[in-house]
Design a protein around this ligand. Structure first.
Ligand code: AMP
Length: 209
């Protein structure tokens, strides 16, 4: 990377119901990079009835993790597209240590690395309340009580520990995820700015919903 080109390679991590999907879209837009959500890609394949969708449907409905090889390949394909050359925002990947290793191998092979990991910190009770609200509004098939409990348990067991790996690299910004949507977005921008990562299209981070 030459000093004149600032890349914007982000990862947003947080438990289900932390608002990471919404914040991820806003941050990606403000930096002019694609938001890459593995959950969204899987859901689009399920509703489109593709081969991939058929393979992952029952796994997702149970709240379990799709196998690493399949997920990592999907992400490598997506990040290889032209629009992700200068940056991207990953949402929901990597989700365990194996995927961290896969992503490291891929990015290192391209001479790249993550610039920042945004950790959205939301207490457990608050995230459960938000997921229940989303279940009413969106009717997601993996937003039932039993599946939510499984997804949160997997988050705590497999995903939260990956933050320690990134913390050791000094790239984690822990953001208080309780507050209005705008307050949380502002906290994210402030933390990224400290790293010298400044949005190129900040006006695009205005929530349209
Ligand atoms: P999300 O929208 O990020 O909560 O993802 C919805 C579901 O898609 C998860 O509960 C998993 O079943 C699957 N999924 C999404 N991302 C991954 C990933 N990185 N690894 C494995 N499974 C994933």
């Amino acid at each position: 990377m030459t000093p004149s080109t600032r890349s914007a390679r982000f990862l947003i991590v947080g438990p289900q119901g932390s608002g990471k999907g919404t914040q991820g879209v806003l941050v990606a837009r403000a930096f002019g990079v694609p938001q890459v959500s593995t959950g969204d890609i899987f859901r689009a394949n399920i509703s489109g009835g593709t081969e991939l969708g058929k393979r992952v449907q029952s796994i997702i409905e149970a709240g379990d993790l799709v196998p690493d090889e399949l997920t990592s390949e999907l992400v490598r394909d997506r990040l290889s597209q032209a629009d992700a050359a200068e940056g991207f925002l990953l949402d929901g990947y990597p989700r365990n240590q194996g995927q961290v290793a896969d992503l490291d191998a891929f990015l290192t092979g391209r001479g790249e690395g993550l610039d920042a990991v945004i950790e959205l910190d939301v207490p457990r009770d608050e995230s459960i309340a938000r997921i229940s609200q989303r279940a009413i509004e969106q009717g997601r098939t993996d937003d039932t009580e039993e599946v939510i409990a499984n997804r949160l348990a997997i988050y705590e067991r497999e995903t939260a520990p990956i933050l320690d790996v990134y913390r050791q690299r000094g790239i984690v910004d822990r953001i208080d995820g309780v507050g209005t949507l705008d307050e949380v977005t502002d906290r994210i921008f402030a933390a990224l700015a400290v790293r010298g990562l400044v949005a190129t299209h900040p006006g695009d981070a205005v929530a349209s919903a």
